[in-house]
Design a protein around this ligand. Structure first.
Ligand code: BTN
Length: 253
């Protein structure tokens, strides 16, 4: 389903799923006026600049699959971007895809409840900043956000060498493949290779106590971030927000 402008492809995909849309139904929009991000944030989705894609997935909804889904979709995005654009992207746990130290893609996976109030399908929502000029992002995103193809100030326009359509098709194929193979967890090897956080000092945000300092030490078999707290306790995080603690002279990520 292709649209010009939508409020949010995730919302339209959810509605379609509730009306019985089959596995693999894809909703794509050229722009979103209420693009949704994680933790109640919005996702900047201007026309002609991005890929805003949501897929209806009718996959097993056991706990392992649901816990792995976001990290599997993140891996799928990196593989599709590498295959189609030849660009090597990295991952900041849990769902941010980074290129040249800037976030170029976000992922929002949401469950759809059936009439019995159990999760009947899931929506994998992907927002990729495909092209952008240096001043295109709103001020609050300018330091952090980037695009696969950045237009520089001195050239009128840099020409993207892979089409949005080709990338969207590859994304969908890769997301479906990874979503249908969640039970074996094979994607985790690729996710770990691309993960930026292990080995770094971080803060994770805890709703009760605020920012907690820790060291990221790895990724577990469910895609959780394994951290060591300052008192030596080791635990795995499966949700929430992590920020990197910058060392002197370190490049910002
Ligand atoms: C994040 O970085 O917090 C997640 C952003 C997810 C954005 C995508 S764009 C396509 C789909 N539709 C939405 O409303 N959100 C997701």
């Amino acid at each position: 389903m292709l649209y010009g402008e939508l409020a949010s492809t995730n919302l339209t995909a959810k509605e379609a799923a509730k009306q019985g849309a089959v596995h693999c139904t894809a909703v794509l929009a050229d722009s979103q006026n209420s693009g949704r991000g994680r933790l109640g944030r919005s996702f900047f989705s201007p026309p002609g600049r991005g890929i805003y894609l949501s897929a209806v997935l009718r996959i097993p909804t056991d706990e392992t699959s649901l816990l792995r889904l976001t990290t599997a979709v993140c891996t799928a995005v990196c593989l599709a971007v590498e295959r189609v654009c030849g660009l090597r992207a990295d991952i900041k746990w849990v769902n941010d895809v980074y290129l040249r130290g800037r976030k170029v893609c976000g992922i929002l996976c949401e469950g759809v409840l059936g009439t019995d109030q159990a999760i009947s399908s899931v929506i994998a929502g992907i927002g990729i900043n495909y092209t952008a000029g240096p001043d295109d992002f709103p001020p609050e995103l300018r330091e952090k956000a980037g695009a696969l193809y950045m237009e520089s100030r001195d050239s009128a326009q840099s020409i993207p060498f892979a089409s949005r359509e080709a990338l969207a098709a590859a994304l969908l194929r890769e997301v479906l493949f990874q979503a249908e193979h969640l039970s074996d967890g094979a994607y985790l090897e690729e996710y770990k290779k691309r993960s930026l956080l292990p080995g770094r000092k971080i803060y994770f945000t805890d709703p009760q106590t605020g920012n907690i300092p820790a060291s990221a030490i790895g990724i577990d078999d469910l895609g959780g971030l394994i951290v060591r707290l300052e008192d030596g306790t080791v635990k795995a995080l499966h949700s929430g927000e992590v920020t990197v603690r910058f060392e002197f002279n370190e490049e910002k990520r």
